[in-house]
Design a protein around this ligand. Structure first.
Ligand code: NAD
Length: 488
């Protein structure tokens, strides 16, 4: 096993002594024992990293290299990373408890795939365009937005760093990444790999820390753009600070997604898919389909099938390949989810399976829990629980199902389960959510992803994700401009 203890911070592409002796100890959610530690970046470290990023952007070679030269560095990183995906997956499982199978596919392999997809997107991106304007041809250039602060949560840490870091670097930006304090070690390992790639000084910094570190980055006047993934509460605060400074900001926030099961759905197949769509990563997924909407006619059948599926889930050591549900990331999170389960009972919902008592005497585990006889007004139907807890809600007719699905502050994702795909598309068009699935729900990282309503502002992945890291510059000229002919 590689070293899990880091003494220095990765500032401006070099390992440097931290400004303070403060450390972050990472505790295994399975054993409750420490597994490693890293320095806790202080605001003074943030300042050093931003100054290095600023100098690298304003005067350094990075934004002035050709796209091919920048792409070559990302290719180097992808190659290096691909040699270590299994080890990286095991490290993430040890840090935050996601089952090994999920860490491999969803996190480490997914991170490499994102690098390759980012390269393809950059190759086909309209960096420079000519359009016919009022006074002749105009030249439209997509320029890098500048110094980017990238703030991510712990739930899929490497998978969430990549859609910020890779497009920002390809666009010519310099980047300061702030990983969550629960998962700093995988980020430090990424820093080790970045140190082996030929990046100019100042281009990337990685600064583990908590709220204070993140806020120092958001407030820093040297940062041009904040790209944030995390809770809607934090997103609201970050957007307010960015608003005061007119700093660019994009936000990927929480969700409370509804799976609408229509009467013509194949229930066995639906429930088999919901096993991952609703419960992946121990239920700690922003896109989890946690409100299960069903008509009175098929209610008992759906509840029976869900209960059978959930009672068969293997709860235990996330490092075991057979595990379906590992521990939650922290004791705080375990207690929070248990609190939600108690609130469901107090507010009148019925537990079909599970409960608020811990299933194992060690580790931050929560029983997979299924509620029914619930209403969409209850706390368990309104708030993001972020654990293996599902709530079945009954609708009267299809219009009622659409109404309930949309009756949420969030609008991140959703799904419909039906034998009629064309009708599924009609349902999708009525739902206020950024991504939608028909008889499936999974992320397609080649397609724009993001939230309606309080689930965010902006998009990640694909050309739209890269567009978040550029500014448009229009140039017109008194004389004809050189360059390609304008189409049309
Ligand atoms: P969180 O908002 O508490 O923390 C996220 C990150 O922000 C962490 O790095 C944290 O240290 C930092 N942070 C906290 N307060 C800050 C502040 N005031 N200023 C700057 N940075 C600050 O989120 P969490 O509970 O750790 O993560 C889970 C949340 O993330 C869920 O709501 C989930 O839905 C959401 N999420 C969204 C997506 C998406 O793509 N939409 C993906 C994954 C997770």
């Amino acid at each position: 096993m590689r070293s899990l203890v880091y003494d220095d911070l990765f500032i401006g592409g070099r390992w440097q002594k931290p400004a303070t002796p403060e450390r972050i100890s990472v505790i295994s959610p399975h054993t409750e024992e420490p597994i490693g530690e890293v320095p806790h970046a202080a605001p003074a470290d943030v300042d050093r990293a931003v100054q290095a990023a600023r100098a690298a952007f304003d005067e350094g070679p990075w934004p002035r290299l050709s796209l091919d030269e920048r792409m070559a560095r990302i290719e180097q990183l992808a190659k290096l990373y691909a040699e270590h995906t299994d080890e990286m997956a095991d490290l993430i499982t040890a840090e935050m408890g996601s089952p090994r199978s999920f860490s491999k596919m969803g996190q480490a392999t997914g991170a490499v795939a994102q690098m390759h997809l980012g390269l393809t997107t950059a190759r086909n991106f309209p960096w420079v365009e000519r359009r016919r304007g009022l006074f002749g041809d105009a030249h439209i250039r997509r320029a890098p937005v500048g110094v980017v602060g990238a703030i991510v949560p712990w739930n899929v840490p490497q998978f969430l760093i990549m859609p910020k870091l890779i497009p920002a670097l390809l666009a010519g930006c310099t980047v300061v990444v702030k990983p969550a304090p629960e998962t700093p070690i995988d980020a430090m390992w990424l820093a080790e790999m970045l140190a082996e790639v030929d990046l100019p000084e100042g281009v990337v910094s990685i600064l583990p820390g908590g709220r204070e570190t993140g806020e120092a980055l958001v407030r820093h006047p040297g940062v041009d753009k904040i790209s944030f993934t995390g809770s809607s509460a934090t997103g609201r605060r970050i957007a307010a600070i960015c608003g005061e400074q007119l700093k660019r900001v994009s936000l990927e926030l929480g969700g409370k997604s509804a799976a609408i099961i229509l009467d013509d759905a194949d229930i066995d197949r639906t429930v088999e898919h919901l096993k991952t769509a609703s419960l992946m990563n121990n239920g700690q997924a922003c896109v989890a389909q946690t409100r299960i909407l069903v008509s009175e006619r098929r209610h008992d059948e759906v509840v029976g099938a869900l209960a059978a599926m959930m009672s068969g889930l293997a709860v235990g050591d996330p490092a075991d390949d057979a595990t379906d549900i590992g521990p939650l990331v922290a004791q705080r999170q375990q207690q929070r989810v248990q609190g939600y389960i108690r609130s469901g009972v107090v507010e009148g919902a019925r537990i079909v399976l599970g409960g608020s008592d811990a299933p194992l005497d060690r580790g931050w585990y929560v029983r997979p829990t299924l509620f029914t006889d619930a209403t969409n007004e209850m706390t368990i139907a309104r708030e993001e629980i972020f654990g293996p807890v599902l709530t079945v809600l009954t609708y009267r007719d299809e219009a009622d199902a659409v109404r309930i699905a949309n009756d949420s502050d969030y609008g991140l994702a959703g799904s419909v389960w039906t034998a009629d795909t064309a009708h599924g598309l009609e349902i999708a068009a009525q739902i206020r959510a950024g991504t939608y699935g028909i008889n499936m729900y999974t992320l397609d990282t080649t397609m724009p992803f993001g939230g309606f309503k309080q689930s965010g502002i902006g998009r990640e992945f694909g050309a739209e994700g890269l567009a978040e890291y550029v500014e448009l510059q229009t140039t017109i000229s008194a004389q004809p401009l050189p360059g390609p002919e304008v189409a049309g």
